[in-house]
Design a protein around this ligand. Structure first.
Ligand code: GAR
Length: 190
């Protein structure tokens, strides 16, 4: 059985990382087994690091504050990723703007909590909640040089229907927990 390896990059809570560990890591699909072979986080206190430990996985912490430029930070991350020889890089709540040092050297997908190309950037949930749109949604897309602008791979949407902000956020996260693992498998299991 072919083993395909992924790297997951995150910055905070890591609830999407946990869903990947639960539903994808070490699991066998039709044509391959998928393993999380590399975990990178840019915040030393991120809760995702503890979640990974439950699965016996260590996270490499690369603090962006230790680097004099975005390019130097990205170069360090790319080197770690290259050393781990993964088939795919998954950005699951990795809250960094990436430079061409990263985007030109790594095949990565990103999870974003809006219906791209709408509501790019860090405040996607509140911006889409406050918009006049009747639907909210989520996207998984390839990472390109344009922030949240690469080719869209998969999306889900739902009716807002007078939801509170908390309900809206919960709906988004629940959709993310299914769509990101499914998209990883769809890309690799072929
Ligand atoms: C997720 O909602 C993800 O869509 C968002 O960060 C959250 C991470 O949650 N990503 C972005 O906003 C990227 N621009 P998690 O740490 O619990 O997985």
């Amino acid at each position: 059985m072919v083993v395909k390896k992924i790297a997951v990059l995150f910055s905070g809570s890591g609830s999407n990382l946990e869903k990947i560990l639960e539903n994808v890591h070490g699991k066998t699909f039709e044509t391959c087994k998928i393993e999380v072979a590399c975990l990178i986080c840019n915040k030393k206190d991120a809760y995702g690091i503890q979640r990974a430990k439950k699965y016996g996985l260590d996270t490499t912490i690369v603090s962006h504050t230790d680097f004099s430029s975005r390019e130097n930070f990205d170069r360090k991350i790319v080197n770690i990723i290259k050393d781990s020889e993964v088939d795919l890089v998954v950005l699951a709540g990795f809250m960094r703007i990436l430079t061409p040092e990263f985007t030109k050297n790594v095949n990565a997908i990103n999870l974003h909590p809006s219906l791209l190309p709408l509501f790019k950037g860090a405040n996607a949930i509140i911006n889409s909640y406050n918009s006049t749109m009747k639907v909210g949604g989520i996207s998984v897309h390839y990472v390109s040089e344009e922030l949240d602008g690469g080719e869209i791979i998969a999306q889900e949407c739902f009716q807002k229907d007078g939801m509170s902000l908390e309900e809206f956020e919960e709906k988004i996260h629940n959709l993310e927990y299914k769509l990101l693992p499914k998209t990883i498998v769809d890309i690799l299991d072929r």
